[in-house]
Unconditional design. Structure first.
Length: 195
């Protein structure tokens, strides 16, 4: 009987590891008093930043990630309809957009129409606001899709990656509290080091 229980336990462990449920600890962050866990640990410094396609405000497909002739900021946000995401987008538009050789990509599951309205109302012209509304499989590669709690499931956690011109992750920031803005000082310092 003891060996049968052990066999069942081992079979369960194998099943969980094969399905990804056993080793799927994501990045931890918070939303107000709620613990938030993403779909996985995301990319590490030095990893290749996978290319992916998202949709621009004018409904064109745009490739983000991979090697480019500019350094890329890839910022995943929960929704442009929240104050914090709006502030982050406006900040990047005004401050970081002044830097040469930097492409800024703000990505959420908001529709291109919502981004377009926001950009017009807030005079945002220097950053790419991009929609991953078609399934968020792209954000999953970067560990930015919220897996729990249920009421936030499938939104994006506030994460910022900087990708160098060779397509490598040079910087990563997981914002400790999703309702707060990123640490811009760290992002700017990292950009200066990379350029």
């Amino acid at each position: 009987m003891k060996s049968l229980s052990r066999s069942i336990f081992l079979a369960l462990l194998v099943t969980l590891s094969v399905t990804g449920c056993y080793n799927s600890k994501g990045m931890n962050t918070m939303f107000l008093e709620h613990k938030v866990v993403t779909n996985n640990q995301g990319l590490k410094i030095g990893d290749d930043a996978p290319k992916f396609v998202v949709v621009s405000n004018d409904l064109k497909e745009v490739t983000v990630g991979g090697a480019k002739d500019k350094v890329q900021i890839i910022a995943f946000v929960p929704s442009i309809d929240t104050d914090t995401c709006a502030l982050e987008t406006v900040y990047f538009n005004k401050q970081v957009a002044k830097m040469d050789n930097v492409e800024i990509n703000i990505i959420s599951k908001d529709t291109p129409f919502a981004f377009s309205r926001f950009c017009k109302a807030s005079d945002v012209k220097n950053v790419n606001t991009l929609s991953d509304y078609k399934g968020a499989s792209n954000a999953k590669k970067y560990g930015s899709v919220i897996a729990s709690p249920k009421f936030l499931e499938k939104f994006f956690a506030r994460t910022v990656y900087i990708v160098d011109t060779k397509g490598k992750v040079a910087y990563k920031q997981v914002v400790a509290h999703i309702e707060k803005e990123p640490n811009y000082k760290d992002i700017l310092a990292a950009l200066k080091d990379i350029q």
